[in-house]
Design a protein around this ligand. Structure first.
Ligand code: SF4
Length: 610
């Protein structure tokens, strides 16, 4: 079985992977079928797509099921089809693009005793050169935000293709200082960074293609591109046969092409060396323990499939990863230690290191709370925060679908399209019934129900505080809706001005507490920490501390599950639809009732009476 791009990227993670994969060494020079190849690549692409969705929801990672993958597959397919249709607008010559057939251009090379194989999503050639275009369901945002201030290291050339500034007829200094340019560009070659992940994937593909050409004495030269969703594309709401029609709008197409020829060229020597390493790993097949590292990608959907085995040494609770900001490392006697330095030297529990390793106040608070089994409570700050809340309280939460392709007018790729809200109204302090005081809206299908949702929400919310958990999410959604629906703008912006973030009291918000008269140091400090939160301020972790309600056992138990459930709506039969609809209502209802319970719990904790 030949090594595919996905396999290569996995085998190079660490020497243990290949051994755990139980490779049949004698089969490594045989060809892989297109179906096998496609299945493997598509799984990876879907995991990447779901990773993008996690990015946006900011949720803790959950295990991806095949049902998640199946549900999201059509969205991914559509991105590829759009890229295939748009490519001839940007490139001349002949194309080979085929989604489901073996007509994709394939390359294979025998390097050492291992055969490598890859297919190009879009292959294009003219008399001068060939071009490889890989489709990814990510957006230009990842690349355009690399730079300094508002200027990206990528700008469009005269043909509308994004290129690095150094490849355009411009002076880099007119956009940003050279050091800033170099710093931003270096992220492209970090394969474990957001933008670098896709660049590395393309570079591995290039390595295989160039070896194939070399072995066939083919002297042609190629260029290498990514085709990604254009984050500047704002859908105008035009449909054809009931489907969105993604015409060019204000000079922007739904797909953008990014030229990564020079950056992938610079990575070839390194990938050559990596191919030698992979060969060595396969020849040796050592399954012994290997140090854990960023290459495990534990927190991503594309995490190593052997995390369950290798990471079993990390305790489920109070591990060293519980220390907030652990990715910034630790320090002792002037020596810096990364969290992996400590883990790999056997320090896997929070208490395996002594306090002298901790340089951040919050980490010292976490540690002492655990050691003394006693929550940290800054009573005065919590009370001052609670005083900011005015009654009645509208506990509000949205559920959104960040669809790769915009579905409704005013949306961009991966817009957080609001399909549900839940509202609990606490008219008087401490009085809120989970059923009687609950209101909500949930779209029944994939039609545009945003206006109904806005209208109902605006009618329900009057004077008082709109309480949310993690305000930037709700505030941004309301601002977006106010732009798209100008007739509700005033009412929506009024709601935004009433928003108060409960997390600002549980955790902290420096600017709020400065306004309340605290000095910088006091304002920065955390307000509350309970060891049972295990390093997370998510409502799911905070709720069980203040109530006996839990998300465990719920059929829909997190935002990603909610999104996937909604995505499935059109495919469900009546009975299943009604069941899932109810489960979604229950989930979102729990989110807002949770806020009421947390607020009550906090008041009790600090003995606060309104
Ligand atoms: S989990 Fe990490 S250490 Fe284990 S095989 Fe995967 S990459 Fe290697």
């Amino acid at each position: 079985m030949a090594i595919t791009k996905t396999k290569f990227i996995n085998y190079i993670r660490c020497p243990r992977y290949a051994a755990l994969d139980n490779i049949k060494k004698d089969k490594l020079d045989s060809i892989v079928t297109f179906e096998e190849y496609k299945k493997e690549e598509e799984e990876t692409k879907l995991l990447e797509l779901l990773d993008k969705m996690y990015d946006e929801t900011g949720e803790d990672i959950i295990d991806i099921t095949s049902s998640h993958m199946e549900t999201m597959m059509p969205y991914y397919n559509e991105v590829e089809i759009l890229a295939g249709h748009l490519a001839p607008k940007y490139f001349n010559g002949k194309f080979r693009f085929a989604r489901d057939t073996q007509n994709q251009e394939s390359f294979d090379a025998l390097i050492g005793n291992i055969r490598y194989i890859c297919y190009a999503d879009i292959y294009n050639e003219d008399n001068n050169e060939f071009r490889i275009i890989e489709c990814k369901a990510t957006t230009t945002k990842k690349y355009l935000k690399l730079g300094f201030k508002d200027n990206s290291i990528f700008q469009k050339d005269k043909d509308g293709i994004y290129k690095l500034l150094e490849e355009l007829d411009v002076k880099i200094e007119d956009y940003m200082p050279i050091e800033k340019y170099k710093e931003a560009k270096s992220k492209l070659i970090d394969k474990y960074s957001g933008p670098g992940h896709y660049v590395y994937d393309l570079a591995v593909q290039r390595f295989m293609i160039e070896n194939d050409l070399k072995q066939n004495n083919d002297k042609r030269t190629g260029k290498y591109y990514l085709a990604v969703l254009n984050s500047k594309y704002v859908f105008d709401g035009k449909y054809e046969n009931g489907k969105p029609k993604y015409d060019e709008i204000n000079g922007e197409d739904i797909i953008s092409f990014i030229d990564l020829t020079s950056i992938t060229e610079s990575m070839m020597d390194n990938i050559q060396k990596e191919s030698k390493l992979v060969e060595g790993y396969i020849n040796d097949l050592h399954a012994e323990k290997y140090p854990l590292g960023t290459y495990c990608e534990k927190k991503k959907t594309v995490k190593c499939k052997y995390c369950d085995i290798c990471w079993s040494i990390i305790p489920e609770k109070h591990s060293i990863f519980t220390y907030l900001f652990n990715h910034k490392g630790f320090k002792k006697d002037g020596i810096n230690y990364s969290v992996f330095d400590l883990v790999n030297s056997g320090k896997v529990n929070m208490l395996d290191i002594d306090e002298s390793y901790l340089t951040r106040d919050i980490n010292i608070i976490q540690r002492r709370a655990l050691e003394n089994n006693d929550p940290y409570v800054d009573k005065k700050k919590i009370i001052d925060g609670l005083k900011q809340i005015k009654y009645p309280i509208y506990h509000l939460d949205f559920e959104t679908f960040n669809c790769p392709l915009p579905r409704f007018k005013g949306e961009v790729p991966y817009s957080q399209s609001v399909f549900q809200f839940s509202l609990h109204i606490e008219k008087e302090p401490g009085k809120c019934d989970n059923e009687k005081d609950h209101y909500g809206f949930l779209a029944k299908d994939h039609e545009d129900h945003r206006e109904e949702l806005i209208k109902y929400m605006c009618d329900l919310i009057g004077e008082g505080t709109v309480l949310v958990y993690n305000e930037s999410f709700e505030k941004t959604r309301i601002k977006e809706l106010a732009e798209i629906f100008p007739e509700y703008r005033e009412r929506l912006l009024k709601i935004n001005s009433q928003i108060f973030d409960l997390m600002n009291i549980v955790k902290n918000k420096t600017s709020l507490y400065k306004e309340l008269g605290y000095n910088k140091e006091e304002a920065k400090k955390i307000n509350y920490y309970n060891p049972d939160m295990d390093g997370s301020y998510s409502i799911k972790k905070v709720l069980p501390i203040f109530s006996n309600i839990t998300y465990q056992g719920m059929e829909v138990a997190n935002g990603v599950e909610a999104m996937v459930t909604y995505a499935k709506f059109p495919k469900l039969n009546k009975k299943d639809f009604e069941h899932k609809y109810q489960k979604l209502v229950e989930y979102c209802q729990q989110d807002t009732y949770a806020m009421f319970k947390v607020l009550e719990g906090l008041k009790k904790e600090v003995d606060y009476k309104v």
